[in-house]
Design a protein around this ligand. Structure first.
Ligand SMILES: [Zn+2]
Length: 264
């Protein structure tokens, strides 16, 4: 069964050694995407990011070394984001594009307070389980509030992002109550509503999570109660990783075959 649905494709951990191939494959399919780039990879392959920009893709920020914001200081984290943004600005400049937005996604979705991704206790009761379910699908979440310093760091990072000109990626038609009526909608950093969990079949993760093969991940996609919904757009999370390049592309193709239409 195919059901027409709209979605935003977000691809993390670029630019990999296969980014050019991913860009070409997506271009051939008419699929736009936002690539969240690591600074250390941009330093190696800035041209891949510029090339993607020239082909109409959006390049965004995923910090420098993919470290967890809860495990480094506020100053280290903001320096990572600033250093990465410098490289992104260079990529846009070399592509001849001066009009672009700044978007950011935290590595590991660690927003400064580890597995306490959002303030679960502050969520509307009607939304709490849905938010928990969404994040627990691939993240070791922590429902208990962390110490005050971590709570403060998470808030300070949001303030810093805002002051530094970052905005949440535009997704006005993501209308799930558990997104729209919660901290997820207010976040400056980029959220998602469905993870392909493609990284679970990386050799180093394989077998440690519930989904261990490409077929498992296709079945997960087909069975996800929210992804079936047509009354909201979706934000799909996938990865640019050379080790699973073919599998990630196969999952994107699977989603297209199921009627998902990607847009920006
Ligand atoms: Zn990442």
């Amino acid at each position: 069964m195919t059901t027409q649905r709209q979605a935003y494709l977000t691809i993390d951990d670029s630019p990999s050694t296969r980014m050019d191939d991913m860009v070409d494959a997506l271009s051939a399919r008419g699929v736009p995407a936002i690539f969240f780039c690591r600074g250390d990879y941009l330093a190696l392959r800035l041209e891949s990011a510029s090339r993607a920009i020239r082909k109409g893709f959006i390049i965004a920020n995923h910090a420098y070394n993919h470290r967890r914001a809860s495990q480094i200081s506020f100053d280290e984290m903001t320096q990572e984001i600033a250093d990465t943004q410098n490289l992104i600005d260079q990529a846009y400049a070399s592509a001849g594009v001066s009009n672009y937005q700044r978007h950011f996604r935290f590595p590991h979705m660690d927003r400064g307070a580890g597995g306490w991704i959002v303030d679960y206790d502050a969520l509307p009761v009607s939304c709490r389980q849905d938010v928990i379910r969404m994040f627990a699908d691939g993240i070791n979440i922590n429902l208990d509030p962390p110490d005050q310093a971590a709570v403060l760091k998470k808030a300070m990072l949001q303030d810093w992002l805002k002051a530094s000109g970052f905005t949440q990626m535009p997704c006005p038609d993501v209308t799930f109550p558990w997104f729209r009526q919660t901290e997820m909608a207010a976040a400056i950093d980029a959220m998602y509503t469905y993870s392909t969990s493609d990284w679970m079949i990386l050799p180093r993760h394989k077998g440690k999570w519930p989904w261990a093969s490409l077929d498992d991940l296709k079945a997960k996609m087909d069975g996800d109660q929210w992804l079936q919904r047509t009354d909201s757009a979706h934000i799909v999370l996938a990865h640019d990783n050379a080790e699973i390049h073919d599998e990630t592309l196969a999952l994107i193709d699977h989603s297209l075959g199921r009627g998902i239409q990607y847009k920006l």
